[in-house]
Design a protein around this ligand. Structure first.
Ligand code: HEC
Length: 143
């Protein structure tokens, strides 16, 4: 009985530590670049918050502008994407580009929503942006 209990606890312990194990690939970046990237990331989250608030208020054009300038293809220069790209593994870079493209597509959907409604489509496109955030976060880390 006691033996079974001990074995049971050991199995439980192993499965919990397996679940908590961090399997993300670590990407080495020079210190300044890492800081710059994390600061961009915090701005990405802020941008999502502003965009959702804009949509809730029916300010579709503002939502589109925020998305394009802070997350979309237009933002790639200001975020120094070209400097950072060579340090990233290929699939990570692809996810980054997919995120910028998805944000630009969202901007178009949000503009459409301003003219002809279709808020559901705008939210669908926003979710595609967030899917790229989630995918990259579950695959990579910089610490
Ligand atoms: C191409 C990959 C990639 C994409 C796309 C991406 N991130 Fe990140 N993000 C990272 C990595 C890597 C980290 C660092 C995680 C770590 O080291 O633990 C990070 C960290 C963050 C952080 C923490 C910043 C800090 O100060 O520690 C926030 C917030 C964040 N991301 C938000 C977002 C949001 C919102 C999006 C989508 C709009 C997004 N990210 C898209 C890779 C990405």
């Amino acid at each position: 009985m006691l033996r079974k209990l001990i074995i049971g606890l050991l199995v439980l312990g192993f499965s919990i530590s397996a679940a908590a194990k961090d399997e993300r690939e670590q990407v080495q970046l020079p210190e300044l670049m890492r800081e710059h990237m994390l600061s961009n990331m915090r701005d990405h989250l802020l941008a999502l918050e502003i965009i959702t608030r804009n949509l809730a208020a029916g300010e579709y054009d503002t939502a589109a502008e925020t998305a394009e300038s802070r997350l979309g293809m237009t933002s790639m220069t200001s975020h120094g994407a070209a400097h950072m790209a060579p340090f990233m593994p290929e699939p990570m870079r692809t996810l980054g580009t997919a995120m910028h493209r998805a944000a630009s597509r969202f901007a178009i959907k949000a503009k459409d929503a301003a003219v002809e409604g279709g808020l559901a489509e705008a939210f669908g496109a926003l979710s595609e942006v967030m899917q790229q955030c989630v995918a990259c976060h579950s695959g990579y880390r910089v610490h």
